[in-house]
Design a binder for this molecule. Structure first.
Ligand SMILES: NC(=O)C1=CN([C@@H]2O[C@H](COP(=O)(O)OP(=O)(O)OC[C@H]3O[C@@H](n4cnc5c(N)ncnc54)[C@H](OP(=O)(O)O)[C@@H]3O)[C@@H](O)[C@H]2O)C=CC1
Ligand SMILES: N[C@@H](CC=O)C(=O)O
Length: 412
């Protein structure tokens, strides 16, 4: 039987308002009882009696059975969501940072208190990737999940590559359109896609990774040299999170800019659109495409989760509970393009081999293979203004003894 949902909404910004627009345009069996906001002085599109700054008014209201958390503060979101789950209320959240950082505890709370936490809107906006990874794909057969997981950085890169806009102008547009996080370094620095990757990896492989352990390098140091280099070779630069099995028991994860070739599905994913490529044995490549940011696309995913709660849907975290002994490794060689100024960086990174070198007065780069572990260890140096790194798409796993022929093909 479908439940009558009485909703307590936290946050009435881009996504909260987007959700309300959708709810108002449909006749749905649900009611928003109260909305928590931060600033009581802001003008609102609804009667002011509906709003509160007192979280207890929602969390201690027994009439409310569903919490929808859409605020821009991960710490406050953690407090709201954990309190709600402990009191047996079901929760929908779009806060990827909060979810990625506390996933183990959030799963335990759901199990202990019989509540459900759904978060499709937290990963790639409107694309239904979490339920697909959770329900459809078998861990054993899933080779890789990667794609464009951040609308803002993709919007910026599209504007730079297709319209010749300056980086700062494009970023300002992404902010004005409501795509960017409150602190946009989360987007352009690759943190937001890293949180999304951590969540996707949990549902893909049952592997819960502390996001601090995932390398993220963003697009903030992109220069005219990198843009010209990519254009001359017919590449586009995209910010790509990747989770890939390199053996039956090991998964690598990283977020790096990538030189994307014209034959890649992701080449034509532009603006705030996201794309997720899933590579599975036998099914081969599959591609999900849709808007990854914005009030209505994200509101649509949030509403889908709310609707699923009507029928008591829960993520079962089956792959996590099966204890498949899949582990996280950095023991892989990645082929990268690296623009740099200081020759010492090349020595420090300890390239396995260098296939191309260019050096002129204002532009030096190498293309070569380097250990992911070395990139992780030297991340601070890679964030230097004079450095830009992009993955070419070639990855080599070195421990031949555990690499089967099938995997060697899958990872090449
Ligand atoms: N924007 C997007 O395209 C997407 C965003 N998300 C995620 O959704 C969430 C919301 O994002 P977005 O709507 O863009 O954010 P906004 O900045 O547009 O809105 C944030 C809302 O949260 C409220 N708020 C902040 N702190 C508190 C608090 N302590 N208690 C109650 N309310 C609070 C603000 O109140 P006030 O109105 O008073 O300022 C505001 O209404 C974030 O986690 C974001 O990462 C996910 C996918 C896409
Ligand atoms: N800031 C995020 C919003 C959606 O998750 C993005 O740009 O993708």
């Amino acid at each position: 039987m479908s439940k009558n949902l009485k909703i307590g909404l936290f946050g009435f910004g881009v996504v909260g308002q987007g959700l309300l627009d959708i709810i108002q345009s449909q006749s749905l069996n649900l009611e928003i009882v109260k909305i928590a906001i931060k600033d009581p002085k802001k003008k609102r599109s609804l009667d002011h009696h509906l709003f509160t700054t007192n979280h207890d008014e929602i969390l201690e209201n027994d009439e409310i059975n569903t919490i929808v958390e859409l605020i821009n503060d991960a710490d406050a979101a953690y407090r709201i969501v954990t309190r709600a789950l402990k009191s047996g209320k079901n929760v929908v959240s779009a806060n990827k940072k909060m979810i990625a950082e506390h996933l183990t505890e959030l799963v335990e709370l759901q199990e202990k208190h019989g509540s459900s936490l759904l978060y499709e809107g937290a990963v790639c906006g409107s694309i239904p990737i979490i339920r697909n990874l959770e329900e459809y794909y078998d861990n054993e057969l899933l080779h890789a999940v990667s794609g464009i997981f951040n609308g803002s950085s993709n919007f910026i890169l599209s504007k730079i590559f297709n319209e010749g806009l300056d980086y700062d102008v494009a970023l300002k547009q992404a902010q004005d359109l409501g795509f960017a996080e409150t602190n946009p370094i989360l987007d352009v620095g690759g943190y937001d896609p890293k949180y999304k990757l951590a969540i996707a990896t949990a549902h893909a492989y049952g592997l819960f990774i502390n996001p601090d352990k995932i390398l993220n390098i963003g697009i903030q140091n992109l220069s005219v040299h990198d843009i010209r280099f990519a254009r001359e070779k017919n590449y586009k630069i995209k910010l790509i999170p990747t989770a890939r099995k390199v053996s039956t028991k090991q998964v690598v994860t990283y977020v790096l800019p990538k030189l994307v070739t014209t034959d890649d599905f992701l080449y034509n994913v532009e603006n705030e659109y996201n794309g997720v490529t899933v590579q599975a044995a036998f099914a081969d490549k599959q591609f999900f495409f849709g808007k990854g940011a914005g009030g209505h696309p994200t509101g649509a995913a949030v509403l889908s989760d709310i609707a699923a709660l009507r029928y008591d849907y829960k993520y079962e975290y089956k792959k996590y509970h099966q204890k498949t002994e899949v582990t996280h490794t950095g023991n892989v060689l990645l082929e990268v393009y690296l623009r740099y100024t200081d020759e010492d960086l090349i020595k420090i990174l300890n390239f396995d081999d260098i296939s191309e070198r260019h050096s002129s007065h204002s532009f030096k780069y190498v293309i070569g293979t380097v250990k992911l572990e070395s990139l992780i260890a030297n991340r601070e140096l890679l964030l230097d203004e004079g450095v830009f790194i992009a993955y070419t798409g070639r990855q080599i796993y070195k421990e031949e003894k555990v690499v089967s022929a099938t995997f060697a093909e899958a990872v090449s």
